[in-house]
Design a binder for this molecule. Sequence first.
Ligand code: UD1
Ligand code: CA
Length: 455
Amino acid sequence: MNMLDIVILAAGQGSRMKSSLPKVLHTIGGKPMLQHVIDNAQTLSNSQVHVVIGHGAEKVKTILSEQSVEFALQAEQLGTGHAVAQAMPCVSDNGVVLVLYGDVPLTRSDTMAELVKIAERGEFGLLTVNLADPTGYGRIVRSDTADVVAIVEHKDASEAELAITEVNTGILALPSALLKEWIPQLSSNNAQGEYYLTDIIAMAAEQNVRIQAIHPGTEQEVQGVNNRMQQAELERWYQLGQAETLMLEGVSLTDPARIDIRGEVSVGHDVSIDINVILEGKVSIGDNVTIEANCIIKDSTIGSGSHIKANSMLEKAVVGENCDIGPFARLRPGSHLANKAKVGNFVETKKVTIGEGSKVNHLSYIGDAEVGAGVNVGAGTITCNYDGVNKSVTEIGDGAFIGSNSALVAPVKIGAGATVGAGSTITKEVDTEQLAVTRAKQINLNNWQRPVKKS
Ligand code: UD1
Ligand code: CA
């Protein structure tokens, strides 16, 4: 099998983004555009990705440092032909080259594969699209027999050529040997004084290399992002696609236009998700889970039958089956809830295990704690896990009852079945089945005379 070299152009500045971040690092669905291109490209077999970098090269390299891509530096942006030329020394001699763009994030891998197949036959594969408004794009010039013979850039086009609505997406594939022969022949003798990659089309036509133009399934697949409006447009389209995927997998969405997925989500059947929910990172949702409005769920697992009520935030949390969370709960990293646990409103948890059927229903902070099964943590309970320097652990045994408004000063243990009276500050271990109360005893004075104002 021949080598497939994939050259991704990502050297341009993207000045219309008005940003200090290189354009290709701006995101769609929470992932840099360039990463979308790389991920889709890397599904093609026997391939090596080369990224041509220029503006913001160091930032791009840093973001991609862990990945198996090669970089070619284009120090000065002298055109798309010049950009491809920078990668050529690393391109193998008798394979196929596929050219992609870091700011065209949503090209599907089957579209790429179709172009590659054409190139593997020794022909030239070109991705073109018909646009109602072709302004700015290179026009596809065809002969009387409808064969593609050239691409003319907008700025170089005649009146007649400007009327052509079939345009160049820039995405193409061809045998490496031909590209290596043609790249050195490019000149910058045109309206923009740039080395146009598109000039190789005419060279191919001249040498009777068959040029096969194919079209993408949708316009969005070849849509480039030059400003934040186009980014937002593509983001919405991408999100709608994600929403459709979820619905096909058995999720009911109250409004497919009001969910945002910024990562990878796996779902069971009969999941229901209300409006304005954001799912980020790796999220796994079991069967029959209900997620109410305005929840943000990041890198978390939610077991079957659980109910996440409105306005809750989960991050790196593991929720068991049939749990009840929220409304207004915040599960921070390391929160592990066993089945049937309940974490209610205005409760914050962090680095905690909460046993089966245990409840922390109101206004609490439970951090660095191990809570057994069947525990009731009363309203307003705080684990005082931090002494200003160190974090310490609170252990609460099975079946314990923590009265409301208690402060558990860690490190401390509350035994199984123990009771803590409301309003206590617990600093010492409480044994199994013991009652601990630390609040001052109540005194009642009869006929108490309130002070009166001095005249
Ligand atoms: C290019 C095509 C045009 C096509 C259009 C589709 C050429 C000459 N023209 O035009 O036919 O319709 O794309 O959007 O190829 N880049 C570099 N280095 C450079 C120049 C560009 O890396 O020196 C990168 C840019 O970052 C961008 C891409 O190549 O991602 C396209 O460059 P751009 O200047 O937008 O090309 P267009 O003039 O729009
Ligand atoms: Ca462009």
